[in-house]
Design a protein around this ligand. Sequence first.
Ligand code: URA
Ligand code: CA
Length: 442
Amino acid sequence: MRFVDLIEKKAEGGALSEQEIRAMVTGFVDGEIPDYQMSAMLMAILQRGMTSEETAALTLAMMHSGDVVDLSDLPGVKLDKHSTGGVGDTTTLVVAPLVAACGGTVAKMSGRGLGHTGGTLDKLESIPGCCIEQSMESFRRIVRENGVAVIGQTGNLVPADKKMYALRDVTATVRSIPLIASSIMSKKLASGSDAIVLDVKAGTGAFMQTPEPARELAQLMVNIGALVGRRVAAVITDMNQPLGMAVGNALEVREAVELLSGKLPPSDPLYEVCMLLGEQMLCMGGLAADEADARRQLMAAVDSGAGLKKLQRMVALLGGDSSYLTVGRMDELCAVREQLDVPAPADGFVTAMNAEHIGTAAQMLGAGRARKEDAIDPAVGLVMRVRCGSAVKRGDPLCTLYVNDGRYVDEARALLTESIVISPQRGTPTPMVYDIIRSARA
Ligand code: URA
Ligand code: CA
């Protein structure tokens, strides 16, 4: 069949067969299908959607476009987690070591920051010596020895996604739910774990601005997992404000170390979301009787310091100087030329935040990249001083900027003042967790 006929079929709302989808992905990766035809197809998919079967077929075709990692020689159920991307979202550096401290095997390939969102690899690289580019052999060795390793993608993993994502980015087709689901799940399935917990964010700092499409995306990804025999659970969490207080690389590592050192109360949102994700991982891994049992184990691993030890050991095995990973010493990695408070412009209550713009402000200070080739300054970023619901007086600090290069400080400050809404009346807070979607036990 000519590809132009497939575009027409999708544009008219038809469903593509598994064979047609495979031909599309192979043809595009091989360069036989040109960008202009694939662009038209992506737009047709955005507008017409895809069935669960089409999305599963697309996911599998993408997954098999490159290397597929086999971790079956490692002991236990291999557990992975993925966040759809947020601001102040430091869960991996907390959950992965905690789950390992509870007997889990966590083999995770992470990404870099994308746009206004932070990435675990950039955070790990804020620790001197820590090298996230590792061979498969060393990845396996670290997982075997320590129960947990987080590294950058190795080899030729899902080349179809790299090529499709680049095209989606410039054709306004990123936000298609089946395209997001297949992009995420193809990479998760190719990286070889048996069970995956997805943290699907909803809110002003996320791809999905409201819980409904986030739920749809989550359900679709759980269904894809079930179709291919992997256990997948999804937690739909709020991203209408930064999850943790820190937004920046060393700053977020410091917050993770504080949490793992028992310095944050269990009522803290970052703590709570980490517990929810860890519970799903321990349950899917057969390491806990139920969620309550899982939480008891995870909290015990915080209290005993066993989770922090796993993170320290992992960083040491990645070549990093793990002596920084204590509450006192992390301050050295967060040392900047100046710290500047952003004051509240009026008395009142914080009723809303634009989490995306808060992430962009941190990026302007040098915590993220505006262009692919930009360098990150690991120490800079910002620390929130308020959350939605906080009462403030005019002049109180809303957040503290950590600055080395002052070029964009005024712009960042203006963006932050605009992003944090202060009203005379206390608003209705959004829930922290909207839903948990579990697959039938595989
Ligand atoms: N994250 C991904 O990996 N892919 C998408 O399409 C969106 C978010
Ligand atoms: Ca993230």
